[in-house]
Design a protein around this ligand. Structure first.
Ligand SMILES: [Zn+2]
Length: 458
């Protein structure tokens, strides 16, 4: 019994109807507004306002609603009423017949009144047209007048805000009687962000880093990384309420700064290894890998290609996505002036009139082989020895350090800006990394560009 009572209290609905001056949604277009508050079963309050629009009321709308210009010329403007209206709507699910219509108008009105009203929509929205379609399928019409007539719901003052809001309210109550409060709750669509209690979106940091979703017992149930932590975290909770049931278990969110994207990736990797969070998709590491590799065709010409899955013999680089492999593939061909058409053995014509593929077969093959040899030399980290890649630190005066031995990531951490990570075997401030193919694939895209420029070798 007790839990039922709490449940009823947990959802409160504001059933809304507006009349407009007939203009497109915008500031100063609403002429009348009614709000009925309900717990889904009983009306708990009712408010109605006449509002002075910014522009004339169209003759059609005057005929439809009976609201004449003289009725509203002395009424307060929406801006003047906004605090009072907001106080009624706040903390309630927004309900209307054709909810998107009323919602769009009101949202525009409130937007014009400033930033402070954004929280008004965070409880979500329920459309009584959609509700009626679900509860009473097969009706000829779901317009407010027709569906109410079909169900025997009497409507007084049709096409006035108060009358229509009450009609929608009665429809809602009727649906609850038939289907129950839980069904009603399931019809609520949430677009707005619903972060766990006590967490404010604007208090989340916007720097790169790792985030931990903790349950009530403080266990990490999900770990992720992001370039912009706030954006990423908020996106989990704002997928129209469809982010997944499990998000409701998130009681606390912790973030850890990383300074840069590569550092965020590595911190995430290490954190997932350590905590094995329940909702990190198993098999994310390892995952499908794409390899850039060299093979010889039947004519003995070396070719650069992309292979998925198992590692082929002559691998240059490994990537976590086809797109990343494809980007690197094209970049390498371009950098080394290798004809993509000839390399790909495509039947297509090469569009470059000066390309070496137009030479005699002998010259062409020799040039191709030479350029490919240089590509192999520079595109692999084999025999490079020990080097490190640094990035922006978490604080000024700090840098992130990834220590590599050839293709193998050795250790990672943060160090003072002037530290030399190759001065000792593995410095204390670095954490050893496991020897894993998926980890190599993780860091590889960050190394290609660094290899010639920002590389410090011992
Ligand atoms: Zn060519």
């Amino acid at each position: 019994m007790r839990s039922k009572a709490i449940k009823n209290l947990s959802m409160a609905y504001a059933v809304v109807d507006i009349e407009t001056n007939g203009a497109a949604p915008g500031a100063g277009t609403v002429t009348e507004l009614a709000v009925c508050i309900t717990d889904g079963q009983r009306m708990l309050g009712r408010s109605e306002w006449l509002i002075r629009p910014d522009a004339a009321i169209s003759p059609f709308v005057q005929r439809l609603t009976g609201i004449r210009p003289e009725d509203v010329e002395d009424a307060p403007s929406f801006r003047e009423l906004a605090p009072e209206i907001a106080a009624r709507l706040e903390g309630h699910v927004f309900v209307a017949h054709n909810a998107a219509f009323d919602h769009t108008y009101l949202q525009r009105e409130f937007e014009a009144c400033g930033e402070g009203y954004k929280g008004l929509w965070k409880e979500g929205r329920l459309c009584t047209v959609q509700l009626a379609r679900k509860v009473w399928p097969g009706q000829a019409s779901y317009s407010l007048g027709n569906i109410c007539a079909a169900l025997g719901i009497a409507v007084e003052h049709r096409h006035r805000a108060g009358g229509d809001a009450e009609a929608a309210l009665n429809l809602l109550h009727r649906a609850t009687e038939l289907k129950g409060a839980t069904f009603l709750e399931s019809m609520v669509k949430r677009r707005a962000v619903l972060l766990p209690a006590g967490i404010q979106a604007d208090e989340l940091p916007e720097h790169p880093g790792v985030y931990y979703f903790l349950d009530a017992k403080g266990r990490a149930i999900y770990i992720g990384k992001a370039i912009n932590l706030r954006k990423r975290i908020v996106s989990h909770f704002s997928r129209n309420g469809k982010g997944g049931e499990w998000l409701q278990r998130v009681a606390e969110i912790r973030t850890e700064p990383a300074g840069n994207e590569l550092a965020a990736l590595l911190l995430e990797y290490l954190a997932i290894l350590k905590h094995k969070p329940e909702y990190n998709v198993q098999g994310r590491f390892p995952l499908q890998l794409y390899h850039l590799f060299i093979y010889s065709n039947r004519a003995g010409q070396p070719k650069l290609a992309i292979a998925r899955g198992k590692k082929p013999e002559q691998v240059l680089q490994t990537f976590r996505s086809r797109d990343a492999a494809r980007d690197a593939y094209l970049k390498l061909l371009e950098t080394h002036a290798i004809c993509p058409v000839f390399n790909h053995q495509s039947r297509q014509r090469c569009a470059n009139p000066d390309c070496y593929c137009k030479e005699t077969a002998e010259t062409r093959d020799a040039l191709h082989a030479d350029r490919m040899a240089v590509l192999v030399q520079t595109a692999t980290l084999r025999d490079v020895g020990r080097f490190w890649v640094s990035g922006t630190g978490r604080t000024p005066g700090e840098k992130s350090v990834l220590l590599m031995e050839d293709e193998q990531p050795l250790a990672f951490g943060f160090a003072p800006e002037d530290a030399d990570p190759t001065a000792e075997e593995i410095p204390d401030y670095l954490q050893s990394l496991p020897d894993a193919a998926n980890l190599r694939a993780l860091v590889e895209p960050f190394l290609i560009h660094k290899k010639t420029s920002n590389l410090s070798s011992s």
